[in-house]
Design a protein around this ligand. Structure first.
Ligand SMILES: CC(=O)N[C@H]1[C@@H](OP(=O)(O)O)O[C@H](CO)[C@@H](O)[C@@H]1O
Ligand SMILES: [Mg+2]
Length: 555
């Protein structure tokens, strides 16, 4: 950095002082806190996004202002890498250090200069950083986005482009598209989703009945997802999707609504009730990267039948596996390309889903919690399907598989146009365009679920019958120091403190189909307890006993 660049950075940083007594951590999914204390964090996240762009020879980086499913008074920021995926984990320690560096004695500037030197990032103007920015509908978003913009501008020669209100997955999609030299506006995003959805519907065996698709009611969490889904519905020109909780009726973001509420509390969200019994319903979260489906079984209670991320994963896996087997029919094994299909879950996946997937002949792999881990693993396959139970996930197609698929499809269209094999190839191509390749996306996931249910001719109940969830229960335990718990085996085994894993094993073995684990949360100051067993009472009892163990070991 030359003197001029240094003084620009210092002048700008002085306008966003670090709040006293706060400690910020990039955590599982970006910085999150009360919006009132976040201006310095946003400014600094802007700096990091600029540096990340410079490190990648000026590739576009994304910066999304959102706190997803948190309460409306919170906000946060996630950074998207050039691929459209989450910020590289290798940069997280630096990101944390920048967010917490004291203003005094130019420590922030020093930290940035030292890191830039180590990473070989040059400020000589040979490349220009570019950061695409978006925000959800939180009232604090506009001013926080301005702070982030100042952070980008504090690195001389960088450009920040404000894309306005977006879902998080839209911004990730745009970053990916820009870096691939593809059209990247919101209209292009909608066109790609709508076009590939129509294609899947037209390729369905029962396509003549598309005007009879039954009603779907979507809880938009009073957030950005509702607004964008309404636009998408207009572009699709369909009438079977109704959006509720779109924020226009006075409802508050994530309050008694949204995917996280529905999945964790397992109760009917606001805006839904007796008139919706038996109807296919879905819930988005506050930045529309999570999606769960549900059904209201009776008008008299608040209970729902939850159709979660595990079931979405199972539905996608089943459909893709079927299409692949049609496509590969008759191919001589030795000569043909055998695509590797992998399914990625975390320990929170319901045991019944894992059994179902394995019984279906699928390769199931486990990673720690957090989509950054699942995404990385899924990317190792030709087709990698990943989902967290809470509804965050997607399907990744490798470049090599897509080239093979395109060639195979061209070959089939000249030799056997209209054949089952050709239709299977076209379906798989449409899925790869519909489902967001950058990150889990509730809107694209929703259209894929709808297209597959239509293809199968299934109701939500038939989908739900793929397997029966084992009753499960999650608890949170507040302890003195959650970092005292260290786990291994994708968080299913505790290695510290000594003895607790053995105790967990003994307790779990007392319950039929008992399985439980503990881990420190990456987003809250708690130890999370998960338990499942053959009945609801057993799952509740097991969770309670494990929580007591945690208290006695870590108090
Ligand atoms: C049990 C659970 O739902 N954990 C969530 C939650 O992480 P924790 O580290 O468990 O706090 O927030 C993450 C970010 O949204 C999400 O990826 C993850 O699945
Ligand atoms: Mg979210």
């Amino acid at each position: 950095m030359n003197d001029e660049q240094r003084s620009l950075l210092l002048r700008s940083a002085a306008r966003f002082p670090l709040p006293e007594g706060m400690r910020f951590s990039y955590g599982t999914a970006g910085f999150r806190a009360d919006a009132l204390v976040l201006h310095s964090t946003m400014f600094r996240a802007g700096i990091i996004a600029s540096l990340r762009s410079l490190k990648n020879d000026g590739a576009v980086i994304g910066l999304m202002v959102t706190a997803s499913h948190n309460q409306i008074t919170d906000n946060g920021v996630k950074i998207a890498d050039p691929s459209g995926g989450m910020l590289s984990q290798l940069w997280e320690p630096f990101t944390d250090a920048v967010a917490n560096a004291p203003d005094a004695d130019h420590l922030l500037r020093q930290l940035i200069c030292d890191f830039a030197e180590k990473e070989g990032i040059s400020f000589d103007g040979s490349c220009r950083a570019e950061v695409l920015m978006g925000r959800d509908t939180r009232p604090s978003g506009e001013s926080l986005l301005e702070a982030a913009k100042e952070g980008v501008n504090a690195i001389a020669g960088s450009a920040a482009t404000d894309m306005g209100v977006l879902t998080a997955p839209q911004l990730h999609w745009m970053v990916r598209a820009r870096n691939r030299g593809e059209k990247a506006s919101e209209v292009h995003y909608f066109e790609q989703l709508a076009g590939s959805f129509r294609c899947l519907i037209d390729l369905a065996p029962n396509h003549g009945q598309k005007s009879t698709i039954s009603k779907l009611v979507v809880d938009g969490a009073n957030g950005v997802g509702a607004e964008k889904l309404e636009l998408l519905i207009k572009m699709l020109d369909v009438s079977f999707i109704e959006v509720r909780n779109n924020g226009k009726g006075g409802g508050i973001l994530n309050e008694g609504v949204g995917a996280d509420y529905v999945q964790k509390e397992r109760v009917v969200p606001d805006g839904f009730g007796g008139d919706d019994v038996g109807i296919r319903c879905a819930s988005l979260d506050g930045d529309a990267d999570r999606l769960v489906y549900f059904m209201i079984p009776s008008a008299s209670g608040k209970d729902i039948i939850l159709v979660d991320g595990d079931k979405m994963l199972s539905l996608f896996a089943l459909f893709i596996k079927d299409q692949l087997s049609v496509l590969l029919q008759g191919d001589v094994k030795d000569n043909s390309f055998q695509p590797r299909l992998g399914v990625v879950q975390t320990a929170y996946a319901n045991g019944a889903s894992t059994d179902y997937l394995k019984r279906s002949g699928l390769e199931v792999i486990f990673t720690p919690t957090g989509v950054k881990y699942l995404h990385e693993k899924a990317a190792e396959y030709d087709i990698g399907i990943y989902f967290e139970a809470n509804g965050h996930g997607t399907v990744l197609f490798s470049k090599c598989f897509l080239s093979w698929l395109e060639a195979r499809s061209n070959e089939l269209s000249s030799n056997s146009a209209g054949s089952d094999q050709q239709r299977a190839a076209l379906r798989l191509m449409a899925v790869s365009k519909l489902i967001n390749q950058a990150i889990g996306d509730a809107l694209s996931g929703l259209l894929l679920v709808e297209a597959i249910l239509f293809h199968m001719g299934w109701s939500i109940s038939q989908w739900n019958e793929l397997y029966h969830d084992l009753p499960s229960r999650q608890l949170k335990v507040k302890v003195k120091d959650r970092t005292a718990v260290v786990t291994t085996n994708a968080e299913t085994t505790v290695v510290k403190p000594p003895g607790i894993q053995e105790a967990i094993n003994v307790v779990s073995a007392k319950y039929p189909r008992g399985r439980s684990f503990i881990r420190p949360s990456g987003t809250e100051d708690v130890i999370r307890v998960y338990a499942e067993a053959s009945t609801k009472d057993y799952a509740d009892g097991l969770a309670k006993s494990i929580a007591e163990l945690v208290e006695s070991y870590l108090g």
